[in-house]
Every structure is written in structure tokens, then in C-alpha cells.
Write a protein that binds this ligand. Sequence first.
Ligand SMILES: Cc1ncc(COP(=O)(O)O)c(C=O)c1O
Length: 420
Amino acid sequence: MFWKKIAQVEINDIIKKAIARNINYREQILLGLPGTFLDEEQFYPAPFLEDSPFLATLINNPNHIGCHTFSNGKSEPFFAGTQQLEVEVLKICAEEILEGETDAHDGYVAPGGTEANIQAVWLYRNYYQKTYRAKAEEIAIVYSQDSHYSMPKAANILGLKQYVVTVDDDSRLININDFDQQIKKAQKEGVKYFIVIQNMATTMFGSVDDIDKVTEYLTQHDVEFKLHVDAAFGGFIYPFATQHNALTFKNKDITSFTLDGHKMLQTLYGTGIFIIRKGYMKYGLTDEANYVSGKDYTISGSRSGANAVSLWMILKSYGSMGWAVKIQKLLDKTTTLCHQLDKLSIHYYRNPFVNIITVRAEYISEEIAKKYHLVPDNTAQKPKWWKIVVMQHVQQGMLDQFIMELKVENSKNKKSIATL
Ligand SMILES: Cc1ncc(COP(=O)(O)O)c(C=O)c1O
């Protein structure tokens, strides 16, 4: 995995040139687009924009409607400059982070991981319907109980069946016997085509699914499937941390990925990433999108090009090596916290290549959990788990104070047990 870090001045320069290739609402004749510059009272082109390429892109207000990775290159010509930066972002993700082959993928910057996941399911549903004349009731999504709620949302929106597989309560690994049961149940209920989801870091646990077990089963049992990896959380951490990543495009069973810039990458909200092997994006074609040059293959429609540019800026300002160093620091901090929890005999789940620690609720009082704003597995019922995510803003001091309070709480509990 390698992409080069570039200096800030160069970043500014490249973005300026990209903006210059986009249409300028103020200076060029443009009678046909409903887009324009942003409200001048609130978003005036101030002189400091010279040194702030992201804000300058926002003010330029490019619309990245459609998909810009098709080789025939037909996209809205008005925003070609910043579209090119989006294509570069997708290339880094597909070819460097996810180890795919050169120019072998399509995708787009989506509003978030939710849409990217729904986009995957939408394309596969249409693929089955077009290729096999499958009926909606013959297609199902299969995912683990720890998967993100965008999976049931996708099933609901797209009118598909869904089968939820249990995981082991300690290891959070998919229970393969239950996987077998769910597939058989689905087949009994008339399902012939499967959309299987695997996670690269689940929302609550940061657990990573054991894909080989699942694909081995599917192949052995001659099950027709397409496989999407939800790497919305893990995509910008796990591949940088582990030497043995089975969730890459090197695995021929995987067709698509979701990544999310607005989690680990610290870009702004609105920077989900959808990537799929070439040959599948066409199943998202809305042929009626006649006014869009190159038509539309995404769920989104209009979307801000500034979001794609923010991803490009972060990736280029670190380079792959800089990013790996940053991730390692976060993982080290997470590991230190785990050691401290071990000393207190507090039980938790953690994947060693992910910065999430999920503590069993009985080891933390609600008072401490609330004080430190830990996130419960369930906000409507008594939680079973509390989640800690060691992000950039989590200072060592905060963690030390948290551990101190846990220690005090622990010793009080022991005393009260001793006096019983
Ligand atoms: C694993 C996973 N997938 C998908 C999503 C959805 O992402 P978004 O909130 O960007 O739509 C999340 C969000 O937390 C997530 O953790």
C-alpha cells in the first residue's frame, strides 16, 4: 500500500487548478443549470479563501451528480476539475487500501455509510433481477446481528427479505451453524439469490467478520451470492494495522465495499465512499436521467463536490505512511487502556486492530458511563455493553481520569461485597 504525501502548498495549487477547470458561476456564461454560487450575504468570496482550498471549493459549489469512474468518462462537464479529484480518492481506496487491480473499479462519494450500503444492495438486487429474472421475494440480505442498521433499512427500502445471523457473545464471530440454519430457512422460504454482508469493524464492537468461513460454506453449498463488505468504520484503520487482511479486492468473492471518511479519516459529514468492481455500476442506471450528462448510477442525485475534495486533501496530506503512523498511535492508546482494564479485571471485547473497546455493562456504573459519554448497545433498554472509541480527541488525561474513577468504584464494590 503506498500513496505519496504532498506538501500543503502543492495541495492548494492542485485544488485551485481543479476549481479553475470547473465552471465559475460568476465569470462564465451559464444559462442552463439550476446551480449557482452560494448566497452572497452569507458565503461571500472572502480574500482568506486563497489559503483555504476546502472553503474555496465550497464557495465554488461544484455538483458531483452521477458517477465519474466509467472509462468512457462521460460526466457533467461543468465540474470536471473536482470530479477528477474524486476519481483519485476512489483509486487510492480501491487500489492502495483495498489492494484492487488498476482501473478495475467504479464508485462515488456518498452522503454516508448508510447510502453506500444501500447502493450495494440496490445494485445486487437489480443484477439478480436483470440477469436471472429474479423476483424480489427470491432475493435476501444475510448479515450478522452486529451489522449496522443500514442493512434492515436496505431490506425495507428495496423490498427484500432479510436473515440475521447470531454471533458468539464473547468472540463476536458469526455463528456458522446459525449461518447454515438461516441460509436453509431462506431457501425453504423461496430465496434463491443472496446478498451477503461482511463487516470490517462493526459499529458497536469493532469486530471483523471471518469471511473465509462464510465463503467456504457458500461455495461448498453452491449458493448464489454477491458479497459486500461494510468497512464504514474499519476501512481507514484495519487495513493499516493488520498484516493479514482477508477483506480486500484480492479476495475474488468480494464485489464491493463501503468506507466512511467522516469516521476515522476526520473529514466532514457527507463523505461515505462506495466502491465496486467494474461491471456492476450499470445496474444502478436510471435511464430517465436524461438531463445529466453521463446519466446517473447513484442513489444520491446532486451532491457536493467539496466533500470529495475534503477526502482528497486528507489522504494526500498524510500519504499512506503518515496515515499508518497516525493509526498506530491511536491503536497504542487503545491497547494501553485495555491493559488498565485488564488490571481491574474488567471484561470487554476488542479487536486488536481496531480502536474500539466494548465493556460489559456490569463492570461500569451508569453514572460513570454517562459522565464519560460512553455509548450503550441499546438506548431503549438496559444496556448490556458500553462502547469506548479512542478517537483523535481522546486525550491520555481523560483516559487516566476514567480509569481512576473505575478503580475507586471497583474498590467500593469489593468492600461492599466483603461486608456482606
Ligand atoms: C459499520 C457501519 N456501517 C455503516 C454506518 C453508517 O454510516 P453513516 O452514519 O455514515 O450513514 C456506520 C455508522 O456508524 C457503521 O458503524
